[in-house]
Design a protein around this ligand. Structure first.
Ligand SMILES: [Fe+2]
Ligand SMILES: [Fe+2]
Length: 281
C-alpha cells in the first residue's frame, strides 16, 4: 500500500500569487505530475487540509481543475483555511464525503492500512482541536477494527513542533485526550498531519507523529525567543507513506519519505539489479 500525502496547497484565485511570491497553483501542478510518475503507482492521495488559501468556491473550482489529471483517487480532510460547507460541496460526488453530520470525518477501508480521516477544525480559529464527540468517533473507529494497521490523519499536528512563532504546537482542545485514545489502540502506526508547512516527527500517543511538508510556501524553522513565523523559499514537497512487509526485523511497518518537488535533473544510475553501472571513481 502506497499513500501519497499532499497538504496545505493554499490555492489562490487564478493568476494570483500567495504573498506576491509563491505560485501555489504551479506547485500543485508539479506535485500532480510528480505523483503520476511514482512507481509503483500510489493507491491513493490524501490531502491533509488548507486546500485553498481562502475557502471560496472559485478557489476550490481551480483546485479541482488542477487535480483533474491526478491518476490515484483523491481523499481530503479540511484545514483551518477551508470552509466546511464549500469543502463538502466540492467533494459531494465522491463516495467518501459524509452526506450529513457536522464533521467531515470518515474511514478509508480498502487497503492494507486503514486510514481514519479526522476533522480537527475549530470554526473560526487557526488552531485545531477535538471535542468529546469527535474523540468518541475516533475511539469507536479504532475499536471496530483493532487488528489492522491504521493511519490517523488530521490537519493540525497534535504534537509540538518547537517553532516558537507557529500555531503548530499541539491541539488547543482535546490534545491529551486524543493521545490517550491513541495509546489504547496499538494498531495505530502513524498520526499524519499538515498545517506546519514543514516536515517533522515526534513520538505521540504511543505511536509516531508526522507533520508533512507543504506544496505551497514553507515556514522557516524559527525556534528563537522572538516568536517569529516567517515564510521561506525552500522547495515544496510531498510525502510518501509505504507499507512494507518487512522493515528489516522481519515485521511489517510503515515507512515515510519526504520528496521535494522540482526539476532536479535526470538521476545518475549507480546500481541496477544490485550491479554497479558506473565505474568506481
Ligand atoms: Fe496551511
Ligand atoms: Fe492550517
Amino acid at each position: 500500500m502506497l499513500l501519497v500525502q499532499i497538504t496545505d496547497t493554499h490555492i489562490e484565485a487564478p493568476g494570483d500569487l500567495a504573498y506576491g511570491r509563491f505560485d501555489t497553483a504551479q506547485n500543485l501542478r508539479a506535485a500532480v505530475e510528480a505523483i503520476n510518475r511514482i512507481q509503483p503507482a500510489p493507491d491513493l492521495v490524501l490531502h491533509t487540509g488548507d486546500m485553498a488559501h481562502h475557502g471560496s468556491s472559485e478557489r476550490y473550482r481551480y483546485f479541482l481543475e488542477i487535480v483533474a489529471d491526478l491518476k490515484p483517487p483523491l481523499f481530503a480532510v479540511p484545514g483551518n483555511h477551508d470552509n466546511r460547507g464549500r469543502f463538502r460541496e466540492v467533494f459531494k460526488d465522491t463516495d467518501w464525503m459524509p452526506d450529513d453530520g457536522t464533521f467531515l470525518h470518515y474511514v478509508i477501508e480498502d487497503h492494507a492500512v486503514r486510514v481514519i480521516c479526522c476533522d480537527s477544525v475549530l470554526e473560526g480559529r487557526v488552531q485545531g482541536g477535538f471535542c468529546t464527540g469527535r474523540l468518541s468517533w475516533i475511539d469507536e473507529q479504532l475499536s471496530a477494527v483493532p487488528d489492522k494497521p491504521t493511519i490517523v490523519a488530521l490537519h493540525h499536528p497534535p504534537f509540538g513542533s518547537g517553532m516558537s512563532g507557529s500555531s503548530s504546537n499541539g491541539l488547543v482542545e482535546g490534545g491529551s485526550a486524543f493521545a490517550g485514545v491513541l495509546r489504547r489502540h496499538s494498531q495505530v502506526v502513524r498520526v499524519i498531519a499538515g498545517h506546519a508547512h514543514r516536515p517533522f516527527t515526534c513520538a505521540y500517543g504511543g505511536t509516531i507523529g508526522y507533520a508533512a511538508p507543504t506544496t505551497c510556501y514553507p515556514f522557516a524553522l524559527e525556534m528563537g525567543p522572538e516568536k517569529i513565523l516567517s515564510i521561506i523559499n525552500e522547495p515544496p514537497a510531498i510525502s510518501i507513506h509505504v507499507w512494507l512487509e518487512d522493515t528489516g526485523d522481519g515485521e511489517p511497518g510503515l515507512v515515510t519519505h519526504t520528496v521535494p518537488i522540482g526539476n532536479w535533473g535526470e538521476p545518475t544510475v549507480l546500481l541496477r539489479d544490485g550491479k554497479r553501472v558506473l565505474p568506481e571513481s
